[in-house]
Design a protein around this ligand. Sequence first.
Ligand SMILES: [Zn+2]
Length: 153
Amino acid sequence: MDTKKELVVPRIENGTVIDHIPTNVLYQIVHILGLENYEDEVLIGNYLTSHKFIRKGIIKVKNKYFDNEEINKIALVAPMVTIIRIKNYEVIEKLEAEIPDHIDNFVKCMNPRCITNHEAIPTKFDVIDKKSLKLRCHYCEKFVTKDTIRFCE
Ligand SMILES: [Zn+2]
């Protein structure tokens, strides 16, 4: 990689790089991860040129490693992103965000009558279709799709 490109989004010493983000969901991921309130360096690049896609987004978060639940959340809106963990400027782990078979706790059921919207019960969904993104509520059996997906606050 030439140095000119490196300067666009500087390297980080420790933390996470989320790469190959589709440009239209970049800010959604920023929100899902709560990075608006993160009090350390966050580098956001969008519409950058890449080899894999024509344009892509990238997020670099200093001194932060995301857990599986957070990575699953990312996968729901951007299944193809690459998560890269950096330590002392070296890549220690590289993984692709994958949609899990079951999603607990963080997706909101869209059915106003669902018990999870009335009682302090964590939501539970089975993933019916990973490609088009279709989830079924464990309690009321209503579907949540890519267009109606909301996350619990
Ligand atoms: Zn429900």
